[in-house]
Design a protein around this ligand. Structure first.
Ligand SMILES: [Zn+2]
Length: 219
């Protein structure tokens, strides 16, 4: 079972990926988490990525594909995996298809979670983050404690400077420009579905799960 969870920041991809991962016992592969881990472990790719990020540039498609190639070759991926945060551009989607062909994997199913823009803005503006460890607090799935002290590390819980409505609108604009071709790419492959993400976490999961069960003939 090869899944891509697709959608703008703030639609709840990470939460749904974790739920799917738990139910189907396949790994949740978040490219953001992977980059941070590669950097922390100082792997060859991690060192390269750190260098690029420290110059304020974006990590190239080649590096991202290298990271994914390495990760999906691990043993826990032999029955499938869930990609979260990748591909974000058409070039990345094409690169991923090449990688799948090289590894003889069936085409992935791309599931988009759609949430109206004003709701995303409201969700992201309500989001808080720990200054010290980076833990994210969401009013619905993981509310910050009333004293605003991180339960994990004791750091201060604050609002991210770029989580203001104006910046969020700008981020969403960039996101939609880049990702529209990715949507078309999987649609042409007949491997694209979209679900209404403007519901409770459980309801969205039920909808995604139904699609997964039908597509892959599992229970
Ligand atoms: Zn913390």
């Amino acid at each position: 079972m090869y899944l891509i969870l697709f959608g703008a920041p703030g639609v709840g991809k990470g939460t749904q990926a974790k739920n799917l991962s738990r139910k189907y016992k396949i790994p949740h592969i978040s490219t953001g988490d992977m980059l941070r881990e590669a950097i922390r472990k100082k792997t060859e790719l991690g060192k390269k990525a750190e260098d690029i990020i420290s110059r304020g540039e974006l990590v190239s498609d080649d590096i991202m594909l290298g990271l994914i190639d390495h990760r999906i070759s691990e043993d826990d991926c032999k029955n499938g995996f869930i990609l979260d945060g990748f591909p974000r551009t058409q070039a990345q989607a094409e690169g991923l298809s090449q990688l799948f062909r090289k590894k003889n994997l069936p085409d992935p199913l791309c599931i988009e979670i759609v949430v109206p823009e004003d709701i995303i803005v409201a969700r992201l503006t309500a989001r808080r983050i720990c200054e010290k460890c980076g833990m994210i607090f969401d009013p619905v799935t993981n509310p910050a404690p009333p004293d605003n002290i991180c339960p994990k590390c004791g750091g201060r819980i604050v609002q991210r400077p770029d989580d203001n409505p104006e910046t969020i609108h700008q981020r969403l604009r960039v996101y939609h420009e880049q990702t529209a071709p990715v949507r078309d790419y999987y649609r042409q492959m007949h491997r694209f579905v979209s679900v209404d993400g403007n519901k409770s976490v459980d309801e969205v999961f039920r909808e995604i799960d139904e699609i997964v069960r039908k597509t892959f003939h599992v229970q």
